[in-house]
Write a protein that binds this ligand. Sequence first.
Ligand code: NAG
Ligand code: NAG
Ligand code: NAG
Ligand code: NAG
Ligand code: NAG
Ligand code: NAG
Ligand code: NAG
Ligand code: NAG
Length: 625
Amino acid sequence: MRPTGRLLGLCALSVLTQGARSISLSVNPDGGNASSPLLYGFMFEDINHSGDGGIHGQLLQNNGFQGDSPNLTAYAAVGDVSLAVDFDNPLTSAITRSLRIDVPSGTTGQVGFSNEGYWGIPVDGTTYTTYFFMKGKYSGEVTIKLVGTTSGIEYGKSTLKVTSGDKFSEFNTSFPTTRAPDGDVLYTLTFDGAQAAGDSLWFDLVMLYPTTYKNRYNGLKTQIVDVLDGVKGSFLRFPGGNNLEGASPSDRWKWNETIGPLEDRPGRQGDWTYPNTDALGLDEYFYWCEDMGLDPVLGVWAGFSLDGGGGTPITGDALQPYIDDVLNELEYILGDSSSKYGAWRVANIGRTEPWPLTMVEIGNEDNLGGGCASYPERFQRFHDAIKGEYPQLRIIASTSNSTCLPDPLPEGVWTDYHNYNTPENFYNEFDFFDNVDRSFPYFVGEYSRWEIDWPNMQGSVSEAIWMLGMERNSDVVKMAAYAPSLNLVNSTQWTPDLIAFDQNPTDGVFLTTSYYVQQLFSTNRGDTIKEVTSDSDFGPVFWCASSKGSMYYVKLANYGQDTQALDVKIPGTTTATLTYVANDDPSAYNSDEQHIVSPVTKTLSGNGTFTFTLPAWAVAVLAAQ
Ligand SMILES: *[C@@H]1O[C@H](CO)[C@@H](O)[C@H](O)[C@H]1NC(C)=O
Ligand SMILES: *[C@@H]1O[C@H](CO)[C@@H](O)[C@H](O)[C@H]1NC(C)=O
Ligand SMILES: *[C@@H]1O[C@H](CO)[C@@H](O)[C@H](O)[C@H]1NC(C)=O
Ligand SMILES: *[C@@H]1O[C@H](CO)[C@@H](O)[C@H](O)[C@H]1NC(C)=O
Ligand SMILES: *[C@@H]1O[C@H](CO)[C@@H](O)[C@H](O)[C@H]1NC(C)=O
Ligand SMILES: *[C@@H]1O[C@H](CO)[C@@H](O)[C@H](O)[C@H]1NC(C)=O
Ligand SMILES: *[C@@H]1O[C@H](CO)[C@@H](O)[C@H](O)[C@H]1NC(C)=O
Ligand SMILES: *[C@H]1O[C@H](CO)[C@@H](O)[C@H](O)[C@H]1NC(C)=O
């Protein structure tokens, strides 16, 4: 699509936006271009504890002592005992370290350990379940408590009778909780010190889950899923992002080490400074997609790590094992129980039907850091091998830079374009997709206004302008995802993010201005992009119209300090709601400390024309029928 107006330079803003006359838009009810039904969705990788400590339901930190340099992070002794990370008493060949508790002779009373979770533990009043492995001679009671760190108030408690010996045994117990007022809660596990006096006991993979989303074993945290679900996205790209790539080939995300029993998952040193448990593994990502109605977009490792030259890119014969590994992964996902890897899936999760995978992305950002020159070869080989076995799969290249792609690009391939940018550039790039080669479909796999701590109004309006440019061109822009999606405010490696959270069980999820923009755009989707004519140029107000049946959606962004009067003509409509997020201050933001921007909805009536004003720095949707 071509813009119906001309783009103005920023310097023209003040002249144009006196607000003296209204902007007239006229939506043509006839014709239009089909819009991509997948347009808005999510990108996910474990960054800023978005997974471990975030959307994943397991609440205790460092439970398997994984990562490159395990230590006692998150643990403390309860009573007069000493704790150590033990390398000589592995739980399994995957979980190779355990927690050793030395109990001095003469000890009496309850002793054990506490775990402080990921900067707290949310106790939401649902039934909680804990699992733990224990070794060492002990026969007696073990007491689990969830207790206020400073208040000492108990929010949940369970006592179970255990007998353990010289091999690890697994125990579990479920117990009711009462909602805690904040996340300042400790998990404690204690036992009778007198019984173990003079000995050591070992614990490993101690886990704690609230009642999870859809009550799944090893499932997701409802509090976070609910707000993500509020966006009504269409797809989920996983598992990265940089976190797919690893610092070196051996540090990459390995699909076959993220499946099966949790004690068989070694975890890895993630790419964002902290260990990943991989309890949120391949099958859990697919459950996530299934439970939230998202189309999976699986990223696969393509011979390129973040090490800037230490062994990658891998090309030639050396690449073949990695191609085979991806084919094995796809067989695990798509194969039936008669196939080797399909049978492994059935054995792990009892699921005989394949996962509904339709899209695979080859690598991540292979245009950056020295990946470009070898990507034509790497991409082509992965593409051909995958299409040879699974012709139905959509293949996505990790870059849309043609220098880094095979020429010609194989039929049916989509390309991933990332855009972390300033508001000014998003403004100026409104027409970017008006001018691209239309034979070249796009997945905008990551974008957002960056270089600030919290999304703010100006940034969110600028993202909306970029999104309007995509939506106008959603015959060629197939999918788009804001990134990153989630961050734990107490340990964040990249800002801004769409949704922030802490471990407060009641109001610990913080919806940003960009969240509301994503939600507005995604929940008001037509299936056809309609022609709009106007007496005004684009800028500072931008728009895009769509329809679905008798519903019309006119999306608007006002990138400026002046309110704007609009009349929007949509033949055949009589009622409309106008929903917007706006603030006079372009630097206004929502955070963990303030919530000052919320959506506002107004009902309008008209007879084919709706007249209203758009506030300063606003993103709006007019939904009419
Ligand atoms: C439909 O797409 C074509 C380009 O492919 C463009 O010229 C036309 O303006 C678009 N129509 C609408 C209503 O966006
Ligand atoms: C302990 O491990 C954590 C997680 O890897 C790390 O952040 C922390 O710096 C380590 N602490 C020490 C004292 O090494
Ligand atoms: C985590 O951040 C929240 C929000 O800023 C704060 O209230 C809480 O005290 C922090 N928790 C820890 C353990 O630092
Ligand atoms: C929990 O423990 C009970 C025995 O107390 C056992 O039957 C059950 O399989 C365990 N559940 C899990 C998920 O390990
Ligand atoms: C996972 O697959 C790789 C081959 O890509 C293999 O080297 C590794 O041993 C496998 N790990 C497990 C746990 O099977
Ligand atoms: C494409 O990649 C090449 C090689 O890295 C780089 O020189 C060029 O600037 C890139 N083009 C665009 C449009 O980013
Ligand atoms: C709406 O406008 C149409 C013509 O555009 C007219 O026929 C009709 O009477 C109007 N209805 C109302 C309620 O004003
Ligand atoms: C969130 O992650 C990035 C990348 O590792 C890191 O630079 C940043 O410091 C983190 N933020 C916090 C608050 O830990």
